[in-house]
Design a protein around this ligand. Structure first.
Ligand code: FUL
Length: 597
């Protein structure tokens, strides 16, 4: 169109619509509600990142170190961050986030304000620096680099006083100011006591200012953002309804909204705080030899992918390096299998070559036509006139196709709007048959369906808070995970006990054991044991205490089976686990209790 004609068209529209050109539907729709920042949009497009839990716990098999570990414990025999980066890259990850400082306080870089760092260890004669090696490896492999820095510190003597806030500010300065761009700063919400038995009042404003001073584009993770939010579980799944908006007033990291709220977000929430689903490829966050046979299967990982990336969240998949400082071959092989499964599923889009037609197009203009949902261009979208919040698009396929995954994308730079939609397919008689339904779409939504064979699909937008904007659509066939509804929330089978009631197991005869296990109900429902005492007995009357007050670390957020080793083998007939503190005041759940042989 020449300049002259477009000027004429504009004049004509103005004449017809008066001053209300936008509501007339000829221009781009106005943004709706709170919006993501450009950095948040770029972050969301990363889709999958790798988490690396690495530190003293790698060498002690703990999940939460006490902070009293000797720095010399940290001594990877052949650390190679280029190996981590090459594996992450080959797995299709876009970035790596490293636990620069976990709750034990040990810093993987020579932090000048701490006496508990790689510089105090004998690793590389105190000259090693994991952040330097990893940030360089990420640059080499074209990956973004991010850091997890735990505010909770079980080592720092100042923890629990105002002075610690200054120590932590300087810690952030040194980690964020010296290793190039950091795309995400991960603040853990866990807050416990320091070595002096005190709890810290965190100065979040100071921490945030410090992050932005060095890394203005960093997305800050915490339970409640501000950049992105914890999804409410450590199992890697977002809610089927998942708003990127959240009401944050009155909350703080560690003092967050209910886990279900984090899982689903708040419709019309006051801030844009999209979900990030963090999960480990193994039961625990840190590497343990004993978990080499418990690495998640490809099916599990696909289920997690659909329940995170496919539900408007980012997937942060933890792949913890081992004692050598390398990703174990079991994990890297699994990641490659996962990648090739994703490639196989998403390589052919059954909507390729299709023609889309909408019931309504904004201003009747090509710029907003239904074909935009198929063109692969992120910034072009189908859109209706203002006020039209129910509409449909018929996608006529290039022949009869079979698929069981339906992908939709909403153009989030202008806000998240869609609250209900459905998908119909045309049967051989030409009737529309309901195939799938959903609520929110957001950045990306993948619906799982049984195998569908058809030559036409209809997308029905049933409820939207403003005119809907769809910029992506695809149809895929997953023959790997099968025809099921797929991965869903874990089931909650198990038994419920009163909080103080001990669990006693009679093995029937004297038995030798090297440890015991306790498994809470899957989502930690009905509470779980946090601290306990454990005793064993030959006859059920004379008890020998094995542990008088011990903790299942991180069990509340990650309610997986807990394996605990004795210091040496013990022989007994009865074993008694007595809860001292439970996450629910009145009950706790048990899905398993037994011995390790
Ligand atoms: C939790 C921590 O307590 C765990 O140890 C782990 O780092 C996980 C990612 O976050 O809150």
């Amino acid at each position: 169109m020449s300049l002259k004609t477009s000027f004429l068209t504009a004049l004509l529209s103005a004449a017809v619509c008066g001053t209300a050109m936008v509501s007339c539907g000829t221009d781009a729709p106005a943004p709706y509600g709170v919006l993501p920042s450009p950095a948040q949009v770029e972050w969301q497009k990363m889709e999958t990142n790798m988490f690396c839990h690495f530190g003293p716990n790698t060498f002690t098999s703990a999940e939460w170190g006490t902070g009293q570990e000797s720095a010399d414990l940290f001594n990877p025999s052949g650390m190679d961050c280029r190996q981590w980066a090459s594996i992450a890259k080959a797995a299709g990850m876009k970035g790596i986030i490293i636990t620069a400082k976990h709750h034990d306080g040990f810093c993987l870089w020579p932090n000048p304000v701490s006496r508990h760092t790689v510089a105090q260890s004998s690793w590389k004669d105190g000259k090693g620096d994991v952040l330097k090696e990893l940030s360089e490896a990420c640059r080499e492999y074209g990956l973004k680099f991010g850091v997890y820095i735990s505010p909770w510190d079980r080592n720092d003597p100042a923890y629990g006083s105002d002075e610690y806030n200054e120590v932590f500010r300087q810690t952030l300065e040194s980690a964020l100011g010296n290793y190039g761009p950091v795309f995400e700063q991960w603040f853990d919400g866990a807050c416990g006591e320091g070595p002096n038995g005190k709890r810290q009042v965190y100065d979040w404003n100071l921490y945030h200012e410090t992050v932005y001073k060095h890394q203005p584009d960093a997305v800050i993770f915490s339970d409640i953002g501000p950049g992105c939010r914890w999804i409410g579980n450590e199992a890697g799944y977002a809610g089927k309804t998942c708003w990127s908006t959240l009401d944050t007033a009155g909350f703080a990291p560690g003092k967050s909204p209910a886990q279900d709220t984090l899982n689903c977000g708040n419709v019309h929430g006051e801030a844009w705080v999209p979900g990030e689903a963090d999960v480990s490829i193994r039961p625990g966050w840190f590497y343990k030899d004993s978990e080499n046979d418990k690495v998640k299967s490809v099916s599990d990982l696909l289920g997690i992918y659909y329940a995170s990336v496919g539900r408007n969240s980012l997937l942060l998949l933890n792949v913890p390096p081992d004692k050598r400082g390398l990703i174990h071959s079991i994990d890297s092989l699994r990641l490659m299998e996962f990648r090739s499964a994703l490639d196989k599923i998403f390589a052919s889009d059954m909507a390729d070559g299709a023609v889309a037609e909408a019931s309504s197009v904004r201003g009747g203009r090509k710029r907003f036509s239904a074909s935009n949902i198929l063109d692969g261009d992120y910034d072009s979208y189908w859109c209706t006139d203002d006020g039209v919040t129910e509409a449909s698009v018929v996608v006529n396929l290039d022949g009869v196709k079979t698929f069981n995954r339906i992908l939709l994308q909403e153009y989030i730079p202008l806000g998240q709007r869609i609250a209900a939609f459905s998908i119909d397919v045309k049967d051989p008689e030409g009737n529309w048959v309901r195939a799938a339904e959903g609520t929110t779409v957001g950045y990306k939504r993948i619906l799982l369906a049984d195998r569908l064979t058809t030559d036409a699909v209809r997308i029905n937008i049933e409820k939207s808070y403003a005119c809907p904007l769809i910029n992506g659509f695809g149809l895929y066939l997953d023959e790997i995970m099968g025809e099921t509804e797929g991965w869903d929330e874990p089931d909650d089978s198990g038994e419920i006990f009163a909080a103080g009631e001990p669990l006693v197991l009679d093995l029937g005869k004297d038995t030798q054991a090297r440890g015991f296990f306790y498994r809470p109900k899957k989502k930690g429902a009905d509470g779980c044991i946090i601290t306990y005492s454990l005793a064993v007995s030959p006859d059920g009357t004379q008890w020998q205490t094995v542990f008088s007050d011990k903790m299942f670390e991180n069990i509340v957020n990650n309610p997986v089976r807990q394996d605990v080793s004795f210091s040496g083998p013990l022989t007994f007939r009865y074993i008694k686990l007595t809860p001292l503190r439970t996450s629910d005041e009145s009950t706790y759940g048990v899905a398993g209790f037994g011995i390790l042989q």
